[in-house]
Design a binder for this molecule. Structure first.
Ligand code: ADP
Ligand code: K
Ligand code: ZN
Length: 429
């Protein structure tokens, strides 16, 4: 089933012609952003130098850090009166990256979600529960409008109040649910506790964080769904940039909207199809916040062979990160953000260790931080208070519940050279 058969099954030759004309538009459109003017100037490239898709290699990469430096609206390429919405994505320290959308951007994003949901068999007969965060995160509104576009009945249930969510599934006869895989596991657990029936559910869409094939089996049996992987990021509108088809063997990236390259994260060298490396994306139709050669940090490969469903080249499921970003219950966390938060609390030092575990399929983060000698009163009540304060500050800045363990000054390991702050014990994904 296709939402836009013409684009979804476009031939490679036609696709490349379309990509080239859209790439040319994009490289000239980014000239409205000072940062890109400078980037092109420094590299000695002009938009006129881009005459083939391979010419893109003349343009330097764009990094997360560079986008952050544009806070708040420095990356916006259109007058603000054309920007009809903003979302934000967690920055590495303090300030987030702001992502802007024109009306056309929002339409494009809904179009992608509509393609995805149609591809996995959803129609206007479906009742779709969108159990993801509706705030500044992109998952909520992004899926919401895309699901409305195909005419599904959308329940904007957001997250939290899990027992009520489960009652809704039964009461409303929900057929499809979208949530993080972690939240999906939590729903399953609570439903089992309640002895609730999830009989109406047949499709589960899971994304925003890596999840294993084992987790797929668990989600499928415990929720009674066929599970689909959804990939995206705020810089690419949000979720829905690539999506699993019913073949469940890789995700279809929408090549008319995104030009994909895979590079060696160490050398920046471009790798051939089939080889694993860092995904670099050039959105081809983005208006408010165009990007060129954006380093996603996500490790994957392009699956070159044709998919039986007739759509274009697939991306393998994301298998890791090229940087130190952690994805915990769908929330992106940089160790530098934790450091930044700890710096703002005078009672603790700047030495810390983060442990990430997977307990009952849920990611749990524990932070060990050293107290300052001066603030170490020896009173247990003071310790508990400080622990709460640190956990509260982390919750405030990362929107993530953590366990905080205070340790004695000087007890954490010191590193010569690059400090290692994270021990990820979640194992292979
Ligand atoms: P989203 O809400 O779509 O997760 P963010 O911008 O908050 O958007 O986070 C994007 C990052 O989340 C990606 O760069 C990737 O590391 C991770 N991510 C998103 N979807 C998936 C997925 N299906 N599998 C693995 N990682 C994912
Ligand atoms: K994420
Ligand atoms: Zn397919």
């Amino acid at each position: 089933m296709f939402w836009n058969k013409e684009m979804e099954t476009i031939s490679q030759t036609d696709l490349e012609a379309l990509q080239l004309s859209r790439l040319k538009w994009t490289v000239s459109h980014v000239q409205n952003v000072e940062f890109y003017q400078k980037k092109f100037r420094d590299a000695g490239v002009t938009p006129a130098d881009i005459q083939s898709l391979d010419d893109i290699e003349k343009i330097p990469f764009t990094t997360k850090k560079e986008l952050r430096d544009g806070y708040p609206f420095g990356n916006i390429a259109v007058p603000m009166k054309q920007v009809v919405r903003i979302h934000t994505t967690s920055g590495t320290t303090g300030k987030p990256t702001v992502v802007g959308y024109t009306r056309q951007d929002l339409d494009n994003w809904s179009e992608l979600i509509a393609r995805n949901l149609t591809m996995i068999g959803l129609t206007d007969e479906d009742i779709f529960q969108n159990a993801v965060n509706y705030g500044l995160f992109t998952g909520g509104l992004g899926f919401h409008y895309g699901a409305e576009k195909i005419g599904a009945t959308v329940i904007p249930s957001a997250t939290g109040n899990t027992r009520r969510q489960i009652e809704m599934i039964d009461d409303f006869g929900v057929t499809a649910i979208h949530c993080t895989p972690s939240y999906g596991m939590h729903l399953a657990e609570v439903a089992e506790e309640m002895g609730a029936s999830l009989d109406s559910l047949r499709i589960g869409v899971f994304g925003a964080e890596p999840w294993s094939e084992n987790m797929r089996k668990e989600l499928e049996t415990r929720l009674g769904v066929e599970a689909f992987d959804s990939y995206g990021m705020s810089e690419m509108y949000g979720p829905g940039a690539a999506f699993e088809c019913p073949g469940h063997d890789g995700l279809h990236l929408w090549h008319d909207f995104y030009f994909a390259e895979i590079i060696d994260p160490e050398t920046g060298e471009r790798l051939p199809d089939g080889e694993k490396g860092e995904l670099v994306i050039t959105p081809l139709v983005k208006e408010a916040m165009p990007l060129v050669r954006y380093r996603t940090g996500d490790i994957t490969r392009i699956i070159p062979d044709a998919c039986p469903c007739g759509r274009g080249k697939r991306l393998a499921r994301i298998s890791g990160r090229a940087d130190d970003m952690l994805v915990i219950r769908g929330i992106n966390v940089f160790p530098s953000q934790i450091e930044h938060t700890l710096f703002s609390i005078p009672e603790v030092g700047d030495q810390f260790m983060v442990y990430v575990d997977r307990i009952n399929h849920l990611d749990e983060m524990t932070i060990e931080v050293e107290m300052n000698r001066e603030s170490f009163s020896g009173e247990l009540a003071d310790l508990a208070g400080l622990q709460r304060k640190v956990a509260g500050a982390i919750k405030e800045s990362l929107n993530l519940r953590t366990t905080v363990r205070l340790v004695e000054p000087g007890s954490l390991p010191r590193f010569e050279g690059k400090a290692r702050h994270v021990v990820d014990r979640r194992g292979e994904i």
